[in-house]
Design a protein around this ligand. Structure first.
Ligand code: CAA
Length: 292
């Protein structure tokens, strides 16, 4: 089955990125978020990132305009009624996702696929909020979506082979490389990534080094494109904490215990780049880093 019309719920950095890449690959996209302000902010970011690609000569200005024209957006979930696949990219909270999928199940035609971009929540449990668990799947994009090549494809206990094949084909059409794994806490990407970020936070918490020093050591010594604390700020400290909690409770091992400093920063509303403050300071929510 060829998927030509895609719905995306959540116009934040992940949802916006998914809509951007899908539209650029020739798909019709319907982007939905809860308020008009979130929708227009998401569209603005998409326009900015398409513009950046056009300026750098990665895409033509015609491709940029056509991609933008393929995206329709709004706040009403019923706009998704004509989609063959809907990807959810809302806040990383299980109750909110289950509630959304229950609604989508009544809106998206029975043959349509429901996918979650969750970074760690059980695909099998989210699928249980719908009446189509065989058509439910994890489609986990990486941030920034227009740049990162991987899509981690997660098969829940009931996901059909046909659904996996359709989603892998779609990911390839979007210029991505799908890699399959089973539904298990943190899947693979975050089971491996988050303990490293948590350990970097413990190094700061225990006074071993400053955030700048930890990041420089990992960048210069391990050739990471971003230091772990810059990356944690970029992903969002609340998202990192949610994922660590899923790993901690799901795998039952204290090695995944979130660092108390991370918990405290999230309690303070210091969520990283998106809130203007995390391990570093930014010019405003989503702004550029202010040199320290
Ligand atoms: N849209 C379009 N293009 C973008 C972009 C965006 N949002 N962000 C960056 N780019 C492009 C830039 O235009 C630039 O293009 P050129 O090579 O043509 O110049 C290229 O990406 C590199 O960007 P910059 O020069 O601005 O900066 P950089 O070299 O520092 O790279 C980065 C930025 C690609 C983000 C790089 O730092 C990086 O790879 N960081 C690690 C990212 C990472 O690990 N992501 C995974 C996070 S985990 C996750 O997402 C999953 C989860 O569940 C938590």
């Amino acid at each position: 089955m060829s998927i030509e019309t895609i719905g995306v719920v959540g116009a934040g950095q992940m949802g916006g990125g998914i809509a951007h890449v899908a539209a650029l690959s020739g798909k019709n996209v319907v982007l939905v978020d809860v308020t008009g302000e979130l929708v227009s902010r998401g569209l603005k970011t998409i326009e900015k990132n398409l513009g950046r690609q056009a300026e750098k000569g990665k895409i033509t200005s015609q491709a940029r305009e056509e991609a933008r024209a393929r995206i329709t957006a709004g706040t009403d979930l019923t706009l998704l009624g004509g989609c063959q696949l809907v990807v959810e990219a809302i806040v990383e909270q299980e109750a909110a996702k289950r509630d959304l999928f229950g609604k989508l199940d009544t809106i998206v035609p029975a043959g349509g696929i429901l996918a979650s971009n969750t970074s760690s929540i059980s695909i099998t449990r989210l699928a249980a909020a719908t009446n189509r668990p065989e058509k439910f799947i994890g489609m986990h994009f990486m941030n920034p979506v227009p740049v990162m090549v991987l899509v981690e494809v997660i098969r829940g206990i009931a996901t059909s082979g046909e659904t996996v094949a359709a989603v892998c084909d779609l990911a390839r059409e979007m210029g991505k490389t799908p890699v399959e794994c089973r539904d298990y806490p943190g899947f693979v990407s975050n089971r491996v990534l988050m303990p490293m970020l948590n350990e970097a936070i413990f190094a700061v918490f225990e006074g071993v080094a400053t955030p700048d020093a930890v990041d420089s050591i990992m960048k210069l010594g391990m050739n990471h494109p971003m230091g772990p604390l810059t990356l944690a700020d970029f992903i969002g400290l609340d998202t990192c904490l949610s994922i660590l909690r899923v790993l901690h409770s799901g795998l039952g091992d204290d090695k995944y215990r979130p660092c108390p400093l991370l918990v405290q920063m999230v309690d303070a509303g210091w969520l990283g780049r998106k809130s203007g403050r995390g391990f570093y300071r930014y010019s405003g929510p989503g702004g550029d880093r202010i040199p320290s």
